[in-house]
Design a binder for this molecule. Structure first.
Ligand SMILES: N[C@@H](CCC(=O)N[C@@H](CS)C(=O)NCC(=O)O)C(=O)O
Length: 304
């Protein structure tokens, strides 16, 4: 996977993703403009374009927000191919994995248009502005929040914000990124720490969902939205590919019902591609899956 330095793409990545203690460390996003009613980035239908990949859980946050807020016609999407190449996330010239707006063949081509010249990782999701030709944001948490300015149900209502923030913090560290800290750990100790945290939080959520439908009580919020991408990938990918195998999602009665309740919400199933998750997470990797063989199972029924 490459990086960009001063607007130029470099195939070799000089900065490893590990911190002291052999723990996986995710780089911070750096393009963080905001959509606001009075501009310069105003919420106008048809103006913005989302660079996504079906298998990326951070892109999934943005796809879910688009679906749940009913913004499918307002925001266009380009889905990258499931497996990265030495060009990073790539797009075909046509078909299901092509870019209908700029017709780029790699995400680095979008970052290369940025002014001032971009330096950093070439990640998805990217929310791109067709009017200025610039990236609005490459931070999924911000994209989720700012798509709320287009209308639709409020997923971050003021009275619940403290609760949502607390869930988001814990779920980001120990679950959304926790599964990566387990799967990408470079030592037994780093893996042990991460995997225990994943299941501690899932156990807490299982207890919380005893007698209530959503994390904060009666209504679906951003906290539920941000948990779902990890749940959707759990049994098909993280359980095996990232060794998060103390339990399966489907072993938790409340969590499993909850995950299927979200899957049954209008538009949500259209954001999920279990086949692509397997292709992506079982990509050839010298450290984890040298031959890139994709397992056949598991067979899971997501209907309620
Ligand atoms: N902070 C970013 C993280 C996004 C991210 O790490 N995306 C991964 C794919 S799941 C990526 O594109 N990685 C490419 C790279 O780091 O080179 C966000 O949440 O938007």
């Amino acid at each position: 996977m490459g990086v960009m330095i001063d607007g130029t793409y470099h195939v070799d990545d000089p900065a490893p993703d590990t911190a002291p203690g052999d723990e996986f460390k995710r780089a911070a996003s750096t393009i963080r403009n905001w959509i606001t009613p009075d501009g310069p980035f105003a919420p106008e239908p048809g103006r913005y374009h989302l660079y996504a990949a079906w298998n990326c859980p951070w892109a999934h946050r943005a796809l879910l927000t688009r679906a749940i807020l009913g913004l499918q016609d307002a925001i266009t999407v380009a889905y990258a191919r499931p497996r990265r190449t030495e060009q990073g996330w790539v797009y075909d010239e046509s078909g299901a994995f092509s870019d209908p707006r700029l017709n780029v063949t790699a995400i680095h081509q979008v970052y290369a248009r940025q002014k001032p010249a971009y330096t950093g990782r070439l990640t998805v999701p990217v929310l791109w502005d067709g009017k200025t030709g610039q990236i609005v944001s490459n931070e999924s948490a911000d994209i989720v929040r700012m798509l709320g300015t287009f209308g639709g149900p409020n997923l971050y209502p003021a009275p619940l914000r403290a609760q949502i923030d607390a869930w988001n913090d814990r779920i980001y560290t120990t679950v959304n990124n926790g599964v990566y800290r387990a799967g990408f750990a470079r030592s037994q100790a780093a893996y042990d720490t991460a995997v225990v945290q994943v299941f501690d939080t899932l156990d807490t959520i299982e207890a919380t969902l005893q007698g209530q439908d959503w994390l904060t009580g009666d209504s679906f919020t951003e906290a539920d939205l941000r948990l779902f991408p990890t749940l959707a990938r759990f049994d098909v990918a993280y359980h095996y590919a990232f060794k998060c195998n103390l339990r399966r999602l489907s072993d938790y009665p409340n969590l499993w019902t909850y995950a299927r309740r979200i899957y049954a919400m209008p538009g949500v199933a259209d954001t999920v591609r279990f086949d692509v998750y397997k292709q992506g997470y079982f990509s050839p990797s010298e450290l984890r899956n040298p031959l890139g063989i994709v397992p056949k199972g598991p067979v899971i029924d997501w209907s309620l």
